[in-house]
Structure formats: C-alpha cells, structure tokens
Ligand binder design. Sequence first.
Ligand SMILES: NC(=O)c1ccc[n+]([C@@H]2O[C@H](COP(=O)([O-])OP(=O)(O)OC[C@H]3O[C@@H](n4cnc5c(N)ncnc54)[C@H](OP(=O)(O)O)[C@@H]3O)[C@@H](O)[C@H]2O)c1
Length: 312
Amino acid sequence: MNNEKIVLITGANSGIGKAAAFKFAKEGCTVIMACRNLEISKEVQSDIKQTTNNDQVDLIKLDVSSFDSIREFCREFKNRYEKLDVLIHNAAYANHGEKYRLSANQIELTFATNVIGPYLMTMLLVDHLKKSEDARILHASSNIVKHYFDPKKDLDVSNLRGERKDDKKFSVYTMYRDSKVALVLLTFKLAEVLQENGIKVNAIQINGAKMSKETLMKFEPGWRMIARIQNLFFPPPEKFAECYFEICMSDHFKTTTGKLINDKNQIMEPTVTKPNYKMQIKQFTGSDLYPAYLENRDNWDKVWNLCRELTQ
Ligand SMILES: NC(=O)c1ccc[n+]([C@@H]2O[C@H](COP(=O)([O-])OP(=O)(O)OC[C@H]3O[C@@H](n4cnc5c(N)ncnc54)[C@H](OP(=O)(O)O)[C@@H]3O)[C@@H](O)[C@H]2O)c1
C-alpha cells in the first residue's frame, strides 16, 4: 500500500525531482524532499501538500556535495523515520561552462555531488533501507553515457582533488558525462553488494527533460542557448517522474536490481557494437543498448574504490 511507503528524493524542489515529489505524494506516499535551498523548497512543499491533499510531505535540508550536510541530514532523517523504502538520487551538478570547483571536502564538485555524496548517503541509510520489506534505490543517469561506445574512452579520476584545477581545457560537460558513467558503474556494484540485504539498486537513463529557467541560468550563455534549443524537443519532467514511480513502486520491477532502465521502462542491454547513425539517433529517442564499458567489473571496482577512498 502506497501510504506505508517512505520515499526520499534529493533535489525535489526542481525539474524531475519536483515532478516526482508530486507524483509520489499524489499516490499517497510519505515524501521527504532533500533540498539545499529551504526557502525555495518550502514553497514547493506547500504547493505539493495543497495540490495532492497529502500532508505527509516533509522537507529536510541537504547539500549532497558536503559530507557534513549528508551526515546531519541522515541523523535528522533517522530521528524522524523508522525505515526507508525508496531512495532516489536525483540531484545533480551540471553547470556547463563553469570553471573547476572543489566541494567543502576538496573533491571536484561534479563528482562530489553526482557520485561521492550519493554513495555516502546510501551507506549511511543502509540500516534504514534494510528495515523496508521492499527497499529500492534509483540513480538518475543520462544518455550522455553514449560517449563510452567509443572503445578508447576510459574514466579519468586523476583530477578529482584539484590536481589540475587551473587546466584551461577543463570542462564541466566532460566531468558531468564521466560522473553519469561512474554513477551507472556504482549502481551495478552496489546492487551486488546490497543484494544480501534485499535492497535493489537500479539506474534510469534520462534522454532529456525540459529544463526550468532556473536550471538554464546555471549554464554559461553558450551552453544555455544549446539547452534552450534542446528544450524545444524535450518532454516535460513529468514523463520521467512517471518512470521513477514505475521503477520504484511497481510489482513489475519488484525483483529487478543492477539494471539500467530507459524511458520506456525497458531494461537496457550492453553492446560492444560501435553505434551506427540509426543507433546514435536512438540515444535521443530511447535506446535499449548501452556501452559494454559499463558492464566491466574492473570499472565497477574503480568507482567503488574511489568512493570508499574519498569518503574515508
Ligand atoms: N533534464 C535533462 O535533460 C536531463 C538529462 C539527463 C539526465 N538528467 C538528470 O536528471 C536529474 C534531474 O535533472 P533536472 O533536469 O530535473 O535538473 P534540475 O531541475 O536542475 O534539478 C536538479 C536538482 O538538483 C539539486 N542540486 C544540485 N546540487 C545540489 C546539492 N549540492 N545538494 C542538493 N541538491 C542539489 C538542485 O537544487 P537547486 O535548485 O538548489 O539548485 C535541483 O533541485 C539529474 O540527475 C540530471 O543529471 C537530466
């Protein structure tokens, strides 16, 4: 029954996270919005409560790029709730065009927000997830992983601690791409590690959802213009909120773990085939294939070890 489900969504004040908070609340779940800007998020929270007629919509402050904030968040969450059924790592840093930035813990900000923070948060919440009869974790990845169809690509983790912070060639786009690859690798590894606890871990490949004005303003002007054009073709965030709900709540995905799932709710498969023109187009319209690089256990371990090392 949905009204017994406790659902935690990071970055629930904007875009897909906000649409998902509406969807889960509308379906009767208890929703915890984990957001860094309480002022903006309070308005969203009260809007969701009013629109859905569901009072069980909570808001707890979280900056997922900061270990202190994650620890404080998890303490507060555990004080308020006995268990956790659904954990959706939706928040992400993608300020294309920005310079190299370090998090409070001296980790490159894209990786700190999109990979290392979510890993730490999951680890701190495992005991609460174990108390659920049907615990599910979902990672929001992207079709940007398509770049790894190129067999020459390999995850570069040598510039995550400010080693080359003044490198003029630094690009948030590249870091973002690699963080989303790392997130899928982490999904597959975590699914294996948490299997004995009955916790399921999957990732969704998002092809593109309409971005809000606020999100567009985070990009540098050149990137903003590209994103505005893309926005003309992208579906609304509600489309992916429906996917989040299906993957995290339906009987269909009850036993599914360690999978990358597309926007048609299909389980994707790895391939070594170099993508032809048709496959490239399909990456935008909902492919069911992903690069074999993501299936390689050495790559899983590379990300796993990185997460452990950086959170020690
Ligand atoms: N939209 C697309 O085309 C697209 C395509 C592929 C993948 N995705 C993925 O889908 C997910 C949702 O994207 P979206 O389009 O809905 O983006 P969005 O509207 O910009 O939402 C991102 C959310 O993440 C939050 N966030 C960023 N840094 C944070 C931090 N350090 N701590 C806590 N929250 C933080 C933002 O909070 P603030 O409001 O405070 O900044 C915002 O709520 C992301 O993982 C994104 O990478 C999106």
